[in-house]
Structures are given as structure tokens and as C-alpha cells.
Write a protein that binds this ligand. Structure first.
Ligand code: G6P
Length: 590
């Protein structure tokens, strides 16, 4: 959450920073800002409410400078205003800072600073941090001032600081990601690699409790606790910049939906030995947990069902944000399987940190394997989905479904059966995603676009798919979408159905099919409009969205029409499907 980029090097800082911010917008797009320090020791700052996407460098009119910092914000403390946008100056205007995270003891620190005469221009916790630095800086170096400040602040945070003389950039993290990119006579510090990927693939990952000082185009690393110099390993990352572009598509979301033609198949390619080893651990473990947030939490729930049906093994799926209520059940015999696209989700990281203290082994199903979670996990299954830019997850989810399925088949002792079935599913998905199908989806989207509520029903393996479907429709169309286990319908939700209420039913080609169809009839009898997702058209459907018959893997294909439907609903309602209001892709605050 929030994108940070800082630059020092031979090129113009404003150009590199604005370009970097455009790549980081998926982390937050409420407002943005940039500050550069010139060779003559003058600081210049520009901040604006809104997205940076369409802003031209020229319009900023910043002077030549070779050092600077930038930020794209997802508001936590304080509303979406220019005053709350980063970078923030300290009171004497000599220090400027960008910040990602939440300072949990912000109120106490603010009061102390006020007593010392500090006056605040914004409502942000970030301004508290920069003034703490200013206060310490009166007596010590900037590096020491940053170090002392980090000791004072509680919570998960990352900051980059620049002083007016423009001699150095100082950055440090405790819970929020920062990566240092090193190019030809230039250094970048950013929340994520795409910010500078066009210029370098050589990076250093900063870990919690570490600090980097960049002077004259060279980074030096320090331990935050004792200030001593440390060495970090240089890594060349294997990400192609073009993977992150949308090509001929209008939006990343539709491109990523279409990418599933290849990504589903790619996700099947997992290290068999590791699958078997982890499956053995799962079978032996006493208390295993599947942990994730948002769509990844829906994948975890699906995992619970798949493990039960395929491998006769119970694993508990828990949303990471709720996991602390279950910490007490973790022992050295437990296992934690975490699902995360970004590998940076704060609640997931917190759950892992607690589990690790209890010697719990961590298994990551991840897209960004170089992420914080990737580095914390004992075993990593890369989902090979390529970079996902749209805030709403699509191709990462189906790739996570694949890995979860393979793990369950490995636990059953027949990973090859799982692989064979998934390869077949992948080829059938490929055939489905065609322009004619999209046209049909658009027709249904027209029917739904002015509805206020949509309900989605599933049974068994399709209960978590219904949940994921509701998330997709909510975030892209802003229509109230809610999912229910179809059997729960009569226990409350049926009261919501009146004439014309749209209800999407996800039909599984398994022992749930008949019951699902009779639930659809119950809805229809009350005037509901049934949109059926199924390999066959049934008389109860008012509208039919065809999917291939993939037997007991219907969860793999039933999500596809809903992804497309959400996309076209968003388009028809005039939203930007890549950047839903109030949301961000990488949720690095709790
Ligand atoms: C955000 C994204 C979701 C994602 C969730 C968890 O809310 O918009 O698409 O499912 O975070 O993110 P993760 O990176 O851990 O999968």
C-alpha cells in the first residue's frame, strides 16, 4: 500500500521518479507527490490529489536535479487532500520524507513533538516521523537521526528521507517492503521492482531492521539496531518489463483474464519432489492452517474443500486478518500454508512471524517469490502467473487454484492424476476465452448493470468460488454482491429475493448439481432472475453462461465468466477496472 520511489544518479531525478510512480500506481492512487534537491541545495516539491497516470513531466516544471523521492498514496491517516499527500517536509523544511505504513503510536509522539514547539501541516503520521527526524538531527547525523526515530515508532513502516543538501538518500524498513535497484551510475529505492525495471534488474532486498544509505550512486547497508555496516547479496531478478505492459488491451484486467489461457497451464509445472515432500508434511502435521487475505483467502477456503474431497484431510482456512485469534493453536507440529499474489500482505506477514516463533514450517503459494513472504517461507511454490497489475486478482487466483489442487492430489498420493486433469482443464479454458464468449458476457452485463444487488450461490467446492465471484463484482462494478452457500438460502438470504433480483448460480458437475438446481428453482419461484453458470443449459436459467464440463474441477472454470462479467460491468458503469475506488493491490498495512 502506497508506492515509494527514490532516485540518485546521473539522469534527471524528476523523470525517473515520475516514471517509477506511474509503475507503482497499483499500490495506491489517491494522490501523489515528488521532491527533488538541486546541486545548489534547494528543495522543490510538487503534490497533487488524483492519479499520476496522465500527468506529464513537463507540466511539473521541476529544475534539473539528480536526487529525489516520490510517493503515490493510499490514505490511512488523514483524508485525500494535497496537504496530506507525500513527500512531507519537516518543520524547518530541511528534511523531506516519503512513508509507507502506519505509525501506531502516532498520537503520543505528536503530543510530545507539539510540546517541543512542532506545528503540523497535515493530519498524517508521516509528518510526525519527519519531525522526529528533524528533532534528533539537531545533535546527530541524518543516519543516526533516522535510526533513533525508527526505534521510537511502533507499527510496520518503511521510509525514505532526503535532506536539502541533496547528498544522500536514507531508507529503512520495518514491516513494509523496500528494494534497492542499482543501475549504471544510478541507484533506485522502491516499494516494488517494476518502479525501475526498465533501467536495471540488479537489486538488493532490504530486510526488516536494515537501512540503506545512498551516496554518489552507491548503496551501503546498515543494521538498524546497532548502526553497524552489513553486507547484502546482489540479485539479478528474472522479470521481463514487457510482462508488465498491457499490449493491445484497454486494461490490465482484461489482459490478465485472457492471460489465463497460458498461466493456468504454466502453474501446473511444479517441482514434483517438493510437492511430495510438502504433501507428506501436511499429512503428518497436527493442525494445518491455510492463511491469506481477500481473494487469496477465498483460495484458502477452496483449499480446505479440495483437501477434504481429494485427500480426505482437514486443513483450517483462516483469513489472515483474523488469524491472531487462532495463534494459540500453533505448535511445532503445525503447518502454515500461505497464499499471496504479492507476497507483501501485512496481515499474512504478521501471521507468519508469529508462526515462525513457534517453529511452524511455512509453505508459500506465491506469485512474487522474491517478496518478503517468499523470503520468510520454508518452501515456496511459484504460481508462474507473471506480473499482475490490475488491483482485482484474476490470473493469480486461477494459478493458485492449480497449485492448491496439485498439493491435494500429492497428499492423496497421485500427483500425476491431478496434473493430467489440470492440463486438460487448462486447454478447455483456453478455448472458452474467445471474442464470441466476451460478446455474450457483455449482453448479460447489460442486463445487470443497473441492478443494485447481485447474489451468488454455490455448493461444495463452488462456495469459495461464489465468495471470490462476489469480491470481483464488488470491486469492479461497485454493485452490492454477496455470496451464500446455497443450502443456507432458506435460513435468511431468500428474504432478499424479490421480482427480478439477479442470482448467479455456480453449478458443479458433482454430487451437488441436483441440489444446486433445486435451490435455483426456489429462488425462481420467488421471482428471482437466475443466471446459470454451467456446462448445460437448464430450464430454470433465465440466462446461461456456458462453461466447459471439467467434472469435479468446475471451480477452475466457473470463475472465468464472473471475471469477465465484472470487467464489463465496470466498463459499462464508466469505472476504471484496473483501479477500483478506495482499493490498492498490495495491502502492506493492517
Ligand atoms: C488486495 C488485492 C486482492 C488480493 C488481496 C491479498 O485486496 O486487491 O486482489 O487478493 O489484496 O493480496 P495478496 O497479494 O496477499 O494475494
Amino acid at each position: 500500500m502506497c508506492g515509494i520511489i527514490a532516485y540518485q544518479g546521473v539522469h534527471n531525478a524528476d523523470q525517473r521518479i515520475v516514471e517509477g510512480l506511474k509503475h507503482l500506481e497499483y499500490r495506491g492512487y489517491d494522490s501523489w507527490g515528488i521532491a527533488v534537491a538541486t546541486a545548489t541545495g534547494k528543495m522543490h516539491r510538487k503534490r497533487q490529489v488524483g492519479e499520476i497516470g496522465k500527468v506529464s513531466l513537463k507540466s511539473l516544471n521541476l529544475p534539473e536535479a539528480h536526487i529525489g523521492i516520490g510517493h503515490t498514496r493510499w490514505a490511512t491517516h488523514g483524508g485525500v487532500t494535497q496537504k496530506n499527500a507525500h513527500p512531507h517536509f519537516s518543520m524547518n523544511k530541511k528534511i523531506v520524507l516519503v512513508h509507507n505504513g502506519i505509525v501506531e503510536n502516532d498520537e503520543v509522539l505528536r503530543k510530545e513533538l507539539r510540546k517541543k514547539g512542532y506545528v503540523f501541516q497535515s493530519e498524517t503520521d508521516s509528518e510526525v516521523v519527519v519531525n522526529l527526524i528533524e528533532n534528533y538531527r539537531k545533535k546527530v547525523s541524518l543516519k543516526e537521526a533516522v535510526r533513533k526515530t525508527m526505534k521510537d515508532i511502533a507499527g510496520r513502516n518503511a521510509i525514505v528521507v532526503l535532506e536539502q543538501d541533496g547528498k544522500e538518500l536514507i531508507a529503512t524498513r520495518n514491516g513494509s517492503p523496500l528494494i534497492v535497484g542499482v543501475g549504471e551510475k544510478e541507484v533506485y529505492i522502491a516499494s516494488d521492482i517494476p518502479a525501475f525495471l526498465e533501467h536495471t534488474q540488479t537489486v538488493y532486498y532490504l530486510d526488516d531492521g536494515q537501512m540503506v544509505v545512498v551516496q554518489e550512486g552507491k548503496p551501503q547497508f546498515f543494521d538498524l539496531t546497532n548502526g553497524k555496516k552489513i553486507s547484502r547479496r546482489k540479485i539479478t531478478v528474472d522479470i521481463e518489463p514487457e510482462q508488465a505492459e498491457k499490449g493491445s488491451y484497454d486494461h490490465f484486467m482484461i489482459k490478465e483474464i485472457m492471460d489465463q489461457k497460458e498461466t493456468t497451464r504454466k502453474a501446473v509445472d511444479q517441482n514434483e519432489r517438493q510437492l511430495m515432500e510438502v504433501a507428506k508434511m501436511i499429512k503428518k502435521a497436527y493442525g494445518s492452517f491455510l492463511v491469506g487475505c481477500g481473494s487469496a483467502a477465498a483460495v484458502c477456503k477452496l483449499g480446505e474443500y479440495i483437501f477434504s474431497t481429494v485427500a480426505n484431510k482437514h486443513i483450517n482456512a483462516v483469513e489472515a486478518s483474523e488469524f491472531r485469534h487462532f495463534f494459540g493453536f500453533l505448535t511445532s507440529k503445525s503447518l502454515m500454508i500461505v497464499v499471496s499474489q504479492s507476497g507483501e500482505t501485512a496481515d499474512v506477514i504478521e501471521a507468519i512471524e508469529v508462526a515462525k516463533k513457534k517453529n511452524v514450517k511455512i509453505i508459500g503459494i506465491l506469485n512474487n517469490t522474491n517478496s518478503t513472504i517468499g523470503r520468510l517461507a520454508d518452501y515456496v511454490f511459484p504460481i508462474h502467473a507473471g506480473q499482475e497489475r490490475a488491483v482485482a486478482s484474476t490470473k493469480a487466483i486461477t494459478a493458485q487454484f492449480v497449485v492448491m489442487t496439485l498439493l491435494a492430489y500429492a497428499a492423496k498420493g497421485n500427483v500425476l492424476e491431478g496434473k493430467r486433469k489440470l492440463v486438460d482443464v487448462a486447454s478447455q479454458m483456453n478455448e472458452l476465452l474467445n471474442p464470441r464468449y466476451e460478446k455474450h458476457i457483455q449482453r448479460i452485463a447489460r442486463v445487470l448493470k443497473n441492478k443494485e444487488h447481485v447474489y451468488i450461490l454455490g455448493r461444495g467446492l463452488n462456495v469459495p468460488v461464489a465468495k471470490e465471484s462476489s469480491i470481483k463484482i464488488q470491486e469492479i462494478s461497485y454493485i452490492h454482491a454477496e455470496s451464500f452457500a446455497a443450502g443456507e438460502l432458506k435460513h435468511g438470504p431468500l428474504a432478499l429475493v424479490t421480482k427480478g433480483t439477479p442470482v448467479i448460480v455456480l453449478v458443479g458437475k458433482d454430487d451437488t448439481e441436483d441440489e444446486m438446481l433445486s435451490n435455483a428453482k426456489e429462488v425462481k419461484a420467488r421471482g428471482g432472475m437466475i443466471i446459470g453458470i454451467s456446462p448445460e443449459n437448464h430450464s430454470v436459467f433465465d440466462h446461461w453462461l456456458h462453461v466447459p464440463n471439467v467434472g469435479d474441477m468446475s471451480y477452475m472454470v466457473n470463475i472465468l465468466p464472473v471475471q469477465l462479467l465484472s470487467y464489463y460491468l465496470g466498463i459499462m458503469k464508466g469505472h476504471n477496472p484496473d483501479k477500483p475506488r478506495n482499493l490498492a493491490k498490495s495491502v502492506t498495512v493492517k
